[in-house]
Each structure stands twice: as structure tokens, then as C-alpha cells.
Design a binder for this molecule. Structure first.
Ligand SMILES: NC(=O)c1ccc[n+]([C@@H]2O[C@H](COP(=O)([O-])OP(=O)(O)OC[C@H]3O[C@@H](n4cnc5c(N)ncnc54)[C@H](OP(=O)(O)O)[C@@H]3O)[C@@H](O)[C@H]2O)c1
Length: 366
């Protein structure tokens, strides 16, 4: 039981690490959803810690909503959160430790950063009896030896790591729990690459489509992060591992949409060099079109092996439409279970994290 009952509501301490697009949207949703948390889960999410790379703010009894919103506004003006800190896992552990010292024996640590190397912090939080809600995929997609703990732990949730808030992870769990684990998972796991495929089909040159995606904020600041397929591989590893396969990154064959020769170039020169790929990529799109298919960047895994790359997908396949994940199991054999819908954006991703908070508050942290 965390905290003490305050009135009829059970306070659930929440430490939000990372106050970018997703973290800020989550904090707003927590504030706006007070009524729902009270009515549906009988709890009140108390934001006891808020941290970005430059600053952290602790309030063992929970920050007032007005202060939370003021922090978000300050963040939008480019100011750091709270008191300066060094943003390292070690310092964050100390912060969580301080909260435990304040009597919060259990709470939920939310990772809405994109940082690598947070495993020591996540492990420490679990050791202290805290739960984890992760939007950040990196710990889950790291080497299996360290990642396995997060897949077999009843206090870890990560709904928004795949599908951008659609109930992909929850569905996977239900299938595994009921003895019908996926035999094959497939999907279009990158909104950015889906956008590029659509543009290619419309006849837009590859280099122009990449520049457009970058200008509209659909790509990482360095578009090679998306074009190299690494984020898709992380998502596929998470799905495969949930299905029960102890997969490593090396088990996924990935088609990079840019050659390694462009890796070392500064971003501007890289974008200019992309024109060399316009012809070959247009030929791929035309090949799919002539075959009556759609060009899609599809990720698939079965029996512990995966592949991510461009495919000419039959028009009748659910994967021909964007934003679908298909799960083939013993029961869903000839017709896979398909989860689909809009799956991108910070609000939906934050809603996935909020769903994790509800799940933990109901099932674990109380
Ligand atoms: N955006 C989406 O639609 C989406 C969808 C699914 C999953 N996700 C995942 O959700 C996570 C957050 O995405 P985002 O779009 O919100 O990213 P973002 O806007 O770049 O925000 C990241 C936040 O994390 C903070 N941060 C980074 N390293 C940190 C550290 N070591 N300690 C404390 N804070 C740290 C940053 O601090 P500063 O503000 O000081 O830089 C920033 O506030 C990522 O892992 C992403 O892959 C995002």
C-alpha cells in the first residue's frame, strides 16, 4: 500500500523523468483527468518528482496542479524544470531515494525520456518497490540479459512503446496470459517511414519526402535515426520478446533506407546526398504499383527471428493500410488479430502511459 489514504482517495506517487512532448502531455492529462482517476480507480496521481536533463523538482506530498502547469509553461519558454542537477542516472537514483526516505515506499517512476543507459535507475526503483511506466524503448530493447527483468516483472508497464498508445502491448499480454502467444507478429511500426512510403507512392522524390518529413517534425532531428530502421527494430524486439522469444538485435535483419556511406556526413550534406537515392526508390515504388501492391516498410518476427524492410504488400492485406499490427496465433490462425488506427503523436502516447498508471494503481501500487 503506498502512501496513506487521503480522504477517500489513495495517493499514488508518480515521478516523471523527461518533460518533453510526451512527459508534458502526460502531466497535463494527469491534471485534467483528476475526476476520472478518482471515480474509476479511487486514486489521485501525485506528481512527487519532475525532471528533465537540466533540472529536477521534488515535492514528497505531490506538486499542486497550478505549480505543475506553471512548470510546463516555464519549460515551454525554454527554462529547465526545478533545481539544476546533472541529469545522470546516479543523480536520479538519489532523487528517488530521497522520496523513499520521505516515506514513499512505493510509487511509479515514469520514463518519458529517450535516454540510453537508464537501466541502473530503473533497477534501483524496482528494488525499492517502485513500479515503472516506460515510454522509452531503450531499456526494453537492450541486451536480453538486462532487459529480461522488465518483461517478467509484475510492476512494469510500457503500453506506449509500440503502436503509439493503441492497445498493442495489452493485447499481446492477454494472448500470452490465455495460452495463445503470437506465432508471428507483423506491422508497420514507424509513422515516419509510413509517411515516406505514402509520398513515394504519390510520386514525390525520396529526398524531397525526407526533407518534408523533417520540416514537419515527423523525423528525429537527424532523419538517419528513422531511415536506418533502428527504432523499428527496437519495437520489433519488444513485440518478439513479449511473444516469448529471447531475441537480440542481431536476430533482426534490417533494411536501411540509407547506405552506411552517408552516416558520417553532417545532416545538411546528408539531406543533399539523398538525391542519389531518388531513382532507386522511385523504381521500388513503381515496382510495387505495377504489381498491384503497396510499398510499405514492414517489420515481421516469428520463432525468434525478425526482418524489417520495404515490401510490396498486397492491397487486400491489413498492412497495406498504415498503422496496423497483425498477430497470428494458434487461435487467430487463418485470420490474424489486427490492431489498427491512428497511432502517433504525443497526446496518444501520453494516454498510453496514463493507461499504464491506471493499470499499476489498480493492480499493483495500492
Ligand atoms: N513523440 C511520440 O509520438 C512518441 C511515441 C512513442 C514513444 N515515444 C517515446 O517517448 C519518449 C519521449 O518522447 P518525446 O517525443 O517526448 O521526446 P522529447 O520531446 O525529446 O523529450 C525527452 C525529454 O527527456 C528529457 N531527458 C533526456 N535525457 C534525460 C535524462 N537523462 N534525465 C532526465 N531527463 C532526460 C529531456 O530533457 P530536456 O527537456 O532537458 O532536453 C526531455 O524533457 C521517447 O523515448 C520516445 O521514443 C514518443
Amino acid at each position: 500500500m503506498i502512501g496513506s489514504q487521503r480522504g477517500a482517495l489513495c495517493p499514488v506517487p508518480v515521478f516523471v523523468l523527461g518533460v518533453g512532448g510526451v512527459g508534458a502531455a502526460l502531466v497535463r492529462q494527469i491534471v485534467e483527468g483528476r475526476g476520472s482517476a478518482a471515480a474509476r480507480a479511487g486514486c489521485r496521481f501525485e506528481v512527487v518528482g519532475l525532471a528533465d536533463r537540466r533540472g529536477a523538482l521534488l515535492a514528497p506530498d505531490g506538486l499542486a496542479d497550478a505549480d505543475l502547469l506553471a512548470q510546463l509553461a516555464a519549460k515551454q519558454r525554454g527554462e529547465p524544470v526545478g533545481v539544476p542537477w546533472d541529469g545522470t542516472p546516479g543523480a536520479a537514483i538519489a532523487r528517488v531515494g530521497e522520496l523513499v526516505g520521505c516515506g514513499h515506499r512505493q510509487g511509479i517512476l515514469v520514463d518519458t525520456t529517450a535516454a540510453a543507459g537508464l537501466e541502473p535507475l530503473l533497477d534501483r526503483a524496482l528494488d525499492l518497490g517502485w513500479a515503472l511506466a516506460l515510454a522509452n524503448k531503450k531499456a526494453l530493447a537492450g541486451p536480453w540479459a538486462t532487459a529480461r527483468r522488465y518483461f517478467h516483472h509484475p510492476r512494469v508497464r510500457h503500453e506506449s512503446t509500440v503502436g503509439g498508445g493503441q492497445p498493442v502491448i495489452a493485447t499481446m499480454r492477454t494472448l500470452v496470459d490465455t495460452g495463445d502467444p503470437p506465432r508471428e507478429v507483423s506491422g508497420e511500426l514507424s509513422g515516419t517511414l509510413g509517411f515516406l512510403c505514402n509520398r513515394l507512392e504519390e510520386g514525390v522524390a525520396f529526398s524531397s519526402a525526407v526533407r518534408e518529413a523533417a520540416a514537419r517534425g515527423f523525423t528525429e532531428p537527424d532523419p538517419r535515426e528513422d531511415l536506418g530502421g533502428r527504432d523499428v527494430v527496437r519495437k520489433l524486439l519488444i513485440l518478439g520478446r513479449l511473444a516469448g522469444w529471447e531475441m537480440e538485435e542481431g536476430d533482426v535483419e534490417v533494411e536501411r533506407l540509407v547506405p552506411p556511406a552517408l552516416d558520417a556526413l553532417p545532416v545538411r550534406e546528408f539531406l543533399e546526398a539523398l538525391v542519389d537515392l531518388d531513382g532507386p526508390m522511385a523504381a521500388r515504388a513503381a515496382g510495387a504499383r505495377n504489381a498491384g501492391a503497396r510499398l510499405r516498410y514492414v517489420a515481421r518476427a516469428a520463432a525468434g527471428r525478425g526482418r524489417a524492410g520495404l515490401e510490396a504488400v498486397p492491397v487486400a492485406s491489413p498492412l497495406a493500410g498504415l498503422k496496423h499490427v497483425a498477430l497470428r496465433t494458434a487461435r487467430y490462425d487463418d485470420e490474424p488479430l489486427v490492431i489498427g488506427g491512428k497511432g502517433a503523436g504525443v497526446e496518444m502516447t501520453a494516454a498510453g502511459v496514463l493507461a499504464d498508471l491506471f493499470s499499476l494503481a489498480r493492480e499493483v501500487v495500492r
